[in-house]
Design a protein around this ligand. Structure first.
Ligand code: BEZ
Length: 211
């Protein structure tokens, strides 16, 4: 059965470029991004992994652990890592699973048989410290993902996990947010004593809460 937002992320143990990974130990109360790429030594994947490595300090700042997945062999990862560093200017700085039997890929429905029988699509799962799936994105092999968007969504997920707000279209960290519909006017007055803009009773806009 497909893994959906709100489901508990399944646990697994698999080999990686940084040794065996037991997923729940790896998460260890942090946020995590688990993402698959279809194949080593391919152009789009090379750019994606290089860019994700470049963004590692941004993931670290947000307390997010990054874990890549490939159904290729561990030996191949080492050779490809050199190409990634050479062509993208950043060395791999997060573990890459070698899921050669496709066990983790199947567990997370990363193989879409009508797209390809053995290679994964480009899946992204963001998993919270509670091990629940907070975000799921899927792209076809031919389209590279936007990892700046993954960071943007993480900013929203972390903010909305801690405050009674939601983030509007194209929101970026620091911009105004929307008071949750579930918050009554009385409760909103307590949480947002400086008030809010209210173009409609269901659209209550406040500056982004800090911390
Ligand atoms: C790529 O990364 O360029 C790629 C990988 C698998 C299928 C198609 C494209």
């Amino acid at each position: 059965m497909a893994i959906l937002i709100g489901d508990t992320a399944p646990d697994f143990t698999a080999d990686s470029t940084e040794g065996p990974i037991h997923f729940y130990d790896f998460i260890e109360g942090s946020w995590a991004v688990l993402f698959s790429h279809p194949k080593n030594f391919t152009p789009v994947c090379t750019t994606e992994l290089g860019y994700t490595a470049k963004l590692k300090p941004e993931f670290d700042k947000r307390g997010v652990k990054v874990l890549g997945l490939s159904v290729d062999k561990l030996e191949d990862h080492a050779g490809w890592a050199k190409d990634i560093e050479e062509t993208q200017g950043t060395a791999l700085n997060f573990p890459l699973l070698a899921d050669t039997r496709g066990e983790v890929a199947r567990l997370y429905d990363m193989i879409h048989p009508n797209a390809d029988n053995s290679l994964t699509v480009r899946s992204v799962f963001v998993i919270g410290p509670d091990k629940k799936v907070k975000l799921k994105i899927e792209y076809p092999a031919s389209t590279g993902r936007n990892f700046d968007e993954v960071l943007r969504v993480i900013d929203s997920l972390q903010l909305t996990a801690n405050h009674s707000v939601a983030t509007p279209v194209n929101w970026k960290n620091g911009e105004d947010v929307i008071i949750s519909s579930s918050l009554s006017t009385e409760a909103a007055k307590e949480k947002f004593p400086d008030g809010w803009k209210e173009p409609k009773p269901y659209l209550r806009i406040v500056p982004q809460p800090r911390a």
